[in-house]
Design a binder for this molecule. Structure first.
Ligand code: PMP
Length: 995
């Protein structure tokens, strides 16, 4: 018993495992062996095994100073739980020979208490990733424990220990001296400030016996064959206390926040799970987040202190994740947290939310004395404002906004409450915080010095920004809320400001190029914290909660909500599902609604940026202004079909064929890669008078009827009907999986000989090939880079069999291969026909077939070839601009430099992550092949799709392709830089570490 009359639990010096085994066999009659030491803070825990293979848990404890009565109490709790909540997965106490549930035995280290418990399956939560469902179940289990213990009486002796939540302040103060890092100190003091505000409430909250240690080492979970995680064990009752029952939930929640990207989301799941079985009071909901945060702080400082004294692996492991979790938690506004937890439990964000919304629905007086007209300013991702400016350049933004307002001398701009703002765009995820991209409150774009009057009488509370407290009375009685004003120089004469009186004048630069912006937001913050401010922007994920916590002030300002609403992802998706064929799949389980691209980034409706490592058509980058301008100028002058004469088609044909070796200098312009291949095959069939075509196994050549039958990637895949009789497959020259590997210097000629054998067979069986259609590096088949000599051998053999050779450059052309402008040049060959598509138009449908004069003439049998859209003036202007950019900006050379750096960086990740079986590539076209086992090379297809989802959450766009759908395709815009490679590789490494 310590001085203040409470029981103090201590850590005993551990016994040799064999000594413990002896006691267990003599006192419990269990012939156990194979002791395995497990973690544990106070007790020595051993897993032991009997001759039948059954495991038990042996706990060896110091005798509590209070003697066995505490142990009795713990046992009563366990038995009580077992009888009142049989659905809980609890260990059973194995009785000793005399029927006792524990044995006190003398040992070499003094008297020790021995207990034996049945073994539960599963791994501790600390060792697994947690599905949302599991986190909900964690809350539910905590609620069941709490309900079951509610009927236990208060113990006669007050029990406490250093993990007692009520003592958080003492515990933290005692050990905070061991924390050196000033940021860590600040984080602790922030969350302890929250604790201090709720601490006085604790005594009045519902009380009961609590397990009080549902931490992530004490909860076990297993995974069902269908991938569902379930809680399979609740351990370690030995921190039980009689306390506020919300402590139960707070402990479970606190540890669940560790190792999480979005702690608030996690807290919502756990708390909602608890509330579903053990409904929480409003005050408990207010206390749970500060308590959970305090628990993290207690944990962090206690272990930091203990580690400072003696190195403890358990503690060191814990600290590695606890401090970063605390850092994240400390940045969450506790008022927001309370609101978010209320919403998660199906309650209004604030008990007074509806009353305050009604109170601000009409102004008591106009907000400004001037009669002025409001000009809506949309700063959302889709806003036209950002089409032609760099939104990261405040001067350009300022000019664009002035342009909107300028024509009206009496106008002022209005940015609506809770609208995403592209000026605050940020990369999604990155293992860190969600970017706060959403405007909180209405922003008024005023001129410096513009007077602002008070729309609703109030009392000025603080100089940190300008906060007005409004005390009003409605049908339900008195009501208090606040309005927050940013960007105002206060002019009010005293603390009391009447409706219509001067409040301040617009002052200062908003810093985002918008000039003087006065932000007005309404807050229902329950506990106004002077100095803490009220955010001017929030994350999109928090917007739903803020919509209630901070009602739209537009009406208070006499304004109508102005911004044009665009469809949200869910609506876009549901219309798409309704009106598009289901075979046209979208990427991702929950696709983002993309509204803008710029350079290597794509932006969604929330202003989240995603690094584009995939979107192969935007060769020179998204929304390149030169391409857009070329298109706009030509569109304004002339667009028509190619039977008319216009300059663009001639000059572009010249420019394009100038990039190709002789005699490839005659063009057919078409619109898609599929169409190009379809036409190329038609030409070959007509010119040779043959029907059969050889392709490479695994290839994809497009979507028309003809080329689908030339695409094993389709006809062999789901729903495929198999190869048509005229299609013949050459073995895929895959050095990772095929018979001739990277270690075979003759792999190229060996795979070439395989191709030659097929052509011979075709000839001898009376099906001589009209064409050999081949990519120069296989894209959809999984980034198959050909071994040296393959193309030369195969082309020579095809020609010897009388075939024309068609190079499909749809994926690889236009400098991406870095060493050469066209892919076939890597193999030192010149095909008879080249097809090209994707990169030519930077996303505009522009494709081409280029061949020799001789073949083109042979195709002219008198039948006209006409293509309505192919080679139209706008397409040619775009194509010409793209070629100029590639050449002027040296993108081919750049692809080489960045591509090499990319490959090297990926190989470094590969060294750390065994799931990466192969990294291959050429120039800026790479593939990362994922396997379950590097020896068997079992394709990790499901994992590849999981990586796709996880990378999306990190703000990086990737997608698998390949014969087994297990190769991450890397084909970014050619302007990708090293810094983007770093973002990609760091995200991939993090994601793979979590698989
Ligand atoms: N050839 C290859 C090698 C391709 O990868 C593709 C498209 N993925 C096509 C042809 C078809 O091009 P499009 O989608 O423009 O019709």
């Amino acid at each position: 018993m310590s001085a203040d009359g409470v029981v103090d639990l201590r850590r005993p010096e551990p016994l040799e495992p064999d000594e413990a085994l002896e006691v267990v066999s003599s006192a419990f009659g269990l012939a156990v062996s194979h002791p395995v030491t497990l973690g544990g803070e106070f007790d020595q825990n051993l897993r032991v095994t009997d001759p039948t293979g059954r495991h038990y848990l042996v706990k060896v404890s110091a005798l509590p100073d209070a003697g066995p009565s505490t142990a009795d109490w713990h046992e009563r709790i366990l038995l009580h739980l077992q009888t009142t909540a049989p659905e809980l997965p609890l260990p059973r106490l194995i009785p000793a020979l005399g029927g006792h549930r524990y044995v006190i035995a003398p040992t070499s280290k003094g008297d020790r208490m021995f207990r034996v418990l049945s073994w539960l399956t599963g791994a501790p939560l600390a060792e697994q990733e947690h599905s949302d469902e599991l986190l909900g179940e964690l809350g539910r289990v905590a609620g069941l424990v709490s309900n079951a213990l509610a009927s236990m009486p208060e113990p006669s002796t007050a029990i406490t220990h250093d993990w007692d939540m009520r003592r958080a302040r003492d515990v933290v103060d005692r050990s905070i001296g061991a924390v050196d890092d000033p940021q860590q100190q600040a984080d602790v003091s922030e969350v302890m400030r929250w604790f201090d505000t709720i601490e006085p409430l604790l005594a009045d909250l519902p009380r009961g016996v609590a397990h009080q240690d549902l931490n992530d080492s004490n909860i076990l979970a297993t995974t069902d064959p269908d991938g569902r995680q379930r809680i399979s064990g609740v351990l370690d009752i030995y921190d039980a206390l009689y306390t506020a029952r919300v402590a139960e939930l707070a402990v479970a929640t606190g540890y669940a926040l560790v190792r999480k990207q979005d702690p608030m989301h996690v807290a919502q799941l756990v708390v909602a799970g608890f509330n579903a079985v053990a409904p929480l009071t409003d005050d408990e909901l207010a206390a749970v987040f500060p308590l959970a945060a305090a628990r993290l702080a207690m944990n962090a400082v206690t272990w930091t202190q203990r580690n400072a004294n003696t190195r403890n692996d358990h503690g060191a492991r814990r600290m590695q994740h606890t401090w970063p979790a605390l850092a994240k938690v400390a940045r969450i506004d506790p008022d927001y947290a309370e609101a978010a937890l209320r919403v998660a439990c199906g309650r209004p964000a604030h008990p007074d939310a509806r009353r305050v919304a009604a109170a601000v629905a009409t102004p008591a007086a106009p907000w400004s004395t001037a009669e002025r007209s409001a000009v809506p300013v949309d700063t959302g991702t889709a806003s036209d404002l950002f089409d032609v400016i760099n939104w990261d350049q405040p001067a350009e933004v300022g000019r664009a906004v002035d342009g909107l307002l300028g024509s009206r001398a009496d106008g002022f701009g209005v940015i609506d409450h809770l609208r995403p703002n592209l000026l605050w765009a940020g990369q999604r995820g990155v293992g860190a915080d969600e970017p706060a991209t959403t405007t909180l409150g209405t922003r008024l774009l005023l001129r410096e010095g513009d007077p602002v009057t008070c729309p609703l009488g109030g009392v000025i509370e603080t100089g940190d920004g300008l906060v007005l407290r409004h005390d009003v009375v409605d049908d339900d009685g008195p009501l208090t809320f606040r309005t927050h004003w940013h960007g105002l120089r206060p002019t009010a004469s005293g603390p009391d400001v009447a409706a219509g009186a001067a409040l301040g004048s617009a002052h200062g630069d908003a810093g985002d190029g918008l000039g003087t912006a006065v932000g007005v937001s309404v807050s229902l913050a329950r506990r106004h914290r002077p100095g803490a401010g009220w955010p001017e922007r929030v994350t999109p994920g928090a917007a739903a909660v803020f919509a209630e916590l901070s009602p739209d002030p537009a009406a208070l300002l006499g304004l109508e909500r102005a911004s044009a609403s665009t469809l949200r992802a869910q609506n876009v998706l549901s219309i798409r599902r309704e009106r598009l064929a289901s075979s046209q799949r979208a990427y991702y389980r929950a696709p983002m609604n993309l509204q803008r691209g710029r350079g290597v980034w794509l932006y969604d409706e929330d202003g989240y940026g995603y690094l584009d490592s995939l979107n192969n058509v935007t060769h020179v980058g998204h929304a390149d202004p030169r391409v857009a301008e070329a298109s706009r100028r030509q569109m304004n002058k002339l667009n028509t079909n190619s039977r008319f004469l216009y300059e663009g088609i001639s000059t572009y044909a010249q420019k394009l064929t100038d990039t190709l070796p002789d005699p490839l200098n005659v063009v057919f312009f078409v619109c898609t890669g599929s169409e190009a291949n379809d036409l190329a095959v038609r030409i070959a069939r007509q010119v040779t008078g043959r029907a059969d075509i050889a392709i490479i196994d695994g290839a994809y050549h497009g979507n028309t009827g003809v080329v689908t039958g030339l695409s094993p990637n389709r006809y062999k895949g789901p729903g495929g009907a198999g190869a048509p009789p005229t299609t013949h497959e050459v073995m895929i020259p895959d050095r990772y999986r095929g018979p001739f590997g990277y270690d075979d210097p003759d792999a190229g000629s060996k795979y070439g000989a395989e191709a030659a054998r097929l052509f011979d067979d075709m000839v001898s069986s009376g099906h001589p090939p009209a064409a050999f259609l081949a990519e120069s590096l296989m894209g959809t088949a999984g980034n198959i880079v050909f071994p040296d000599g393959f193309l030369a051998t195969a082309f020579a053999a095809a020609r010897a069999a009388g075939a024309l050779v068609i190079s499909d450059e749809v994926q690889v052309g236009v400098g991406r291969m870095a060493d050469t402008f066209w892919g076939f040049e890597l193999g030192g060959v010149v095909p008879d026909i080249v097809t090209m598509g994707k990169p030519l138009g930077n996303g505009h449908p522009l494709a081409a077939v280029v061949t020799t004069r001789e073949i083109a003439d042979a195709f002219d049998t008198g039948m006209k070839y006409f293509n309505t859209f192919g080679g139209n003036p706008v397409s040619c202007a775009i194509g010409s601009a793209v070629l100029d950019i590639v050449l002027d900006d040296g993108l081919q050379q750049h692809a080489g430099e960045v591509g090499r750096y990319f490959a090297d960086s990926l190989r470094q990740v590969q060294r750390r992550r065994p799931i990466i079986g192969d990294v291959r590539g050429q120039g800026l076209y790479l593939g990362v092949e994922l396997v379950r086992d590097r020896d068997t090379k079992e394709p990790a297809k499901a994992e590849a799709f999981e990586v796709t989802e996880l990378m999306k959450a990190e703000g990086v766009i990737v997608f698998p392709n390949g014969v087994h759908d297990n190769v991450l395709k890397i084909k970014p815009p050619m302007i990708f830089q090293r810094e983007h490679v770093d973002i990609y590789c760091e995200a991939l490494d993090r994601v793979l570490s979590r698989l």
